[in-house]
Ligand binder design. Structure first.
Ligand SMILES: O=C(O)C[C@H](O)C(=O)O
Length: 506
């Protein structure tokens, strides 16, 4: 009988969360490198280059791949013959491991978890609690699968109850375009088919944590209906042309993984969850012989990639910029930002717009300023800020008209598409929206030379900061005339790929 000691279990969990914060899984790097090499869309190729370079920098620097260091998700298969040498419950031990990992002084991770989600939304400060799934199975080991799942990709999870005769492929092809780019494609699409609604969703989550092996499946051919479905969906979802960061391109998914389970004769439940550019998960087994140390990958895994330089990019000084200047910027243009950049995301926007509604003076002057939608990781050692990539701008859409109309703000930086309401506000107020690459947070942070909190310090990572940036690379995603690269890019690449009728594009 294996005896699992409390400290071994806690430390193994803590070490694994630290490990996955800076090491992408090897299969993901291989698949992304392959997609990068075959990508024909320059914008998508550049985005993938940044993600790969960022990944290598994180592996070398032991700092997080993404500023969103995720919600901790843990699957445990506990052998029936295991004996615990522990005073804490299993969930408490998992949470202690999460706490240790996220507050590690050498590589502090971001605390993103808010208690009382429908009310006060107060940060728990140590990223606990984890979401834990436990199963008791035959055997005398404890199998652990854990993941740090980013909010941007979790937000795009979908569920449907189809009729038994409905087409799963049709539903996926109709639904994926509605997910936009906030899930940071290219990534992995997980489907759970069958069971009950909650079973389908858990299977979809488990599916995205399986190894990427679509090319092996393509080479050997499908052996059953599920494998046929994987191949069909892989080809057709990529034919949507959404591409890296939703900029239009050949690769939207690196794999489609499916789990299934028997279901009721009246039902066809389907859950779908994407995994983002910051795909992070680890798998290990405790057998009573001590804590588990995961093997660091060889740096040879990462391709040697040159990033696009300053050539062809517009260099701008944020400190002297006016609304007039940005009228000439065009959607798709590369821009290097230098100067003072304000930050703010969900909670700060809500507060600002509430203050405007009450006629109160704002704590920050936004006149002729740009705001970066970001929640950075705290700095360690000589850093001025930790990894600080963009958050999904779409969540700020409902505040955009008020911010542009009432504060003097002229520009925004984030990731993913803007909805019709925000695009219209940008056009009306002659403002601009730029994107940085989601999933390249450590690389993006290298352009930040100083950082200070200006307002709402109690919001933690959601406070308003002022960054001083030097040549921060962004792309104009919505210009002052209302042109959006997230509309034109995918439509262009869907037509170029030419495998799906154009009418289905949303
Ligand atoms: O919370 C964040 O920093 C980003 C979030 O994961 C997002 O993708 O929008």
């Amino acid at each position: 009988m294996a005896v699992i000691k409390q400290e071994d279990f806690i430390q193994s969990i803590a070490d694994a969360f630290q490990y996955i914060s800076y090491y992408h899984p090897a299969d993901y790097i291989k698949a992304l490198t392959e997609a990068y090499e075959r990508e024909a869309s320059p914008a998508a190729k550049d985005a993938m280059a940044q993600i790969l370079v960022n990944s290598r920098m994180c592996a070398e620097g032991h700092r997080p791949l993404c500023q969103d260091t995720g919600i901790a998700v843990v699957f445990l298969k506990i052998g029936m013959n295991v004996r615990w040498d522990a005073t804490m419950g299993v969930a408490d031990m998992v949470n202690e491991g999460v706490r240790r990992a996220y507050t590690h002084p050498d590589n502090v991770l971001r605390a993103s978890i808010l208690a009382d989600p429908a009310g006060e939304r107060k940060n728990t400060r140590d990223n606990t609690p984890a979401v834990i799934h436990m199963e008791v199975v035959p055997g005398d080991t404890v199998e652990v699968i854990l993941a740090a799942k980013g909010g941007g990709s979790e937000n795009k999870a979908k569920f449907t109850m189809l009729n038994p005769s409905d087409s799963i492929v049709d539903w996926v092809l109709k639904t994926v375009p509605t997910m936009g780019a906030g899930w940071c494609p290219p990534g992995i699409l997980g489907l759970g088919i069958g069971g009950t609604p909650e079973k389908a969703m858990v299977m979809a989550k488990e599916a995205i944590l399986e190894p990427i092996d679509i090319h092996e499946l393509q080479a050997r051919g499908p052996k059953n209906r599920i494998e046929e479905l994987r191949l069909e969906l892989y080809e057709k979802v990529n034919a949507l042309g959404i591409g890296a960061q939703g900029l239009g391109g050949l690769t939207t998914v690196l794999d489609v993984k499916i789990r299934h389970y028997p279901t009721h004769a009246a039902s066809l439940p389907v859950g779908m969850i994407p995994n983002c550019a910051a795909t992070r998960h680890a798998h290990f087994v405790l057998d009573g012989s001590g804590p588990v140390a995961l093997e660091p990958p060889s740096l040879d895994l990462w391709p040697k990639i040159e990033l696009m330089g300053a050539e062809g990019a517009r260099r701008v000084n944020l400190d002297t910029l006016t609304r007039q200047d940005i009228l000439t910027w065009r959607a798709g243009e590369r821009v290097l930002l230098t100067g003072r950049l304000l930050t703010g995301r969900d909670a700060a926007h809500k507060r600002l717009v509430d203050m405007i509604g009450r006629g109160e003076k704002l704590p920050v002057d936004f006149t002729n300023r740009f705001i970066y939608y970001v929640g950075p990781v705290d700095p360690v050692r000589d850093e001025v800020v930790g990894p600080a990539g963009p958050t999904t701008a779409t969540r700020m859409d409902k505040f955009t008209d008020t911010m542009l109309a009432k504060t003097g703000l002229i520009g925004m930086v984030g990731k993913a598409e803007r909805g019709p309401q925000a695009i219209e506000a940008i056009r009306k107020h002659k403002a601009v929206y730029c994107i940085a690459v989601g999933g390249a947070a450590y690389l993006v942070a290298k352009a930040i030379r100083s950082s200070k909190v200006l307002a709402f310090p109690e919001l933690g990572m959601e406070a308003i900061y002022e960054f001083e940036v030097k040549d921060m690379p962004v792309t104009v995603a919505v210009d002052a005339h209302g042109n959006s690269v997230h509309t034109t890019g995918p439509a262009e690449w869907r037509a170029k790929i030419g495998k799906l009728p154009l009418a289905v594009t949303t």
